[in-house]
Design a protein around this ligand. Structure first.
Ligand SMILES: Nc1ncnc2c1ncn2[C@@H]1O[C@H](COP(=O)(O)OP(=O)(O)OP(=O)(O)O)[C@@H](O)[C@H]1O
Ligand SMILES: [Mg+2]
Length: 243
């Protein structure tokens, strides 16, 4: 069974049907990148998976559990996922270390000393050991984003969801986040992310999914989808990016 299984998901906002009978599954250790036009529903899909939005129809299974069942404890489900957004959302009044310590202590009930140990190791892992006691505002955008990734990873989530984590960064800072995500992929982290940068998608994805018309219209290895798209709409989307 897949680690994540999205089946027939439908989500509308008022009259706007955003996800329409969408299917998507992720195997353990896979890194899947969603691409598609602005407004095609990439963020909405991630928000549905993280239970920040309630689906209108369909199901989402995580490790075999139907997390869209209204009886599930949404907080407990969310505790098994790590989420990183475009804006890093670090608490500005806390040190980087305290930002990373927060979830293990508050959500997972890890004793503070142990949480600090884990957080310190995670900051080292993302190359920020020397910034542990700095305030987020004193970090570069790339460093803040790596801190946000450390915060998402410190609870050892089953699935990492990343929504345009490089789009707010200056181009020269994108590389350090890309390198980190590639390393996490190589360690076997299961990741679902979206991006507008096809170079980024090509370098990190095991599989690229093109969203259009509320569903995954085309998917496959990055070189196939990005260089030899089978569907006219995928080709059209990609060619507009190059003009
Ligand atoms: N909370 C909301 N209320 C109303 N409409 C919404 C809401 N969230 C998203 N939408 C609409 O749903 C559609 C899909 O939005 P979404 O943010 O998922 O697209 P996206 O693919 O992530 O776009 P982008 O690439 O610009 O980030 C858009 O038409 C958007 O206006
Ligand atoms: Mg979006």
């Amino acid at each position: 069974m897949s680690l994540l299984d999205v089946r027939g998901v439908r989500k509308a906002f008022g009259e706007t049907l955003v996800l329409d009978d969408l299917d998507l599954s992720l195997d353990e250790g896979e890194c899947v990148v969603l691409i598609g036009a602005s407004g095609s529903g990439k963020s909405t899909l991630l928000r549905c998976i993280d239970l920040l939005e309630v689906v209108d129809d369909g199901t989402i299974h995580l490790d075999g559990q139907d997390i869209t069942d209204p009886r599930v404890d949404a907080d407990a489900v969310r505790a098994r996922m790590g989420v990183v957004f475009q804006q890093y959302n670090l608490f500005p009044h806390m040190s980087v270390l305290d930002n990373v310590v927060l979830a293990p202590v508050r959500v997972h009930g890890v004793p503070r000393a142990e949480a600090r140990e884990r957080a310190t190791a995670m900051l080292e892992r993302v190359g920020l050991a020397e910034k542990a006691h700095a305030r987020p505002d004193d970090l570069s955008g790339g460093q803040q984003q790596r801190a946000a990734i450390a915060r998402a990873l410190v609870t050892d989530p089953r699935l990492l969801l990343l929504d345009e984590v490089t789009s707010a960064l200056d181009p020269e800072l994108v590389g350090e986040v890309l390198d980190l995500l590639r390393a996490l992929r190589d360690e076997g982290r299961t990741m679902l992310l979206n991006t507008h940068e096809m170079g980024f998608a090509r370098r990190v994805a095991d599989r690229v999914c093109f969203l259009s018309g509320g569903r995954v219209l085309e998917q496959g290895p990055p070189e196939q989808v990005l260089e030899n798209p089978q569907h006219e709409r995928t080709a059209g989307f990609l060619s507009r990016l190059h003009t």
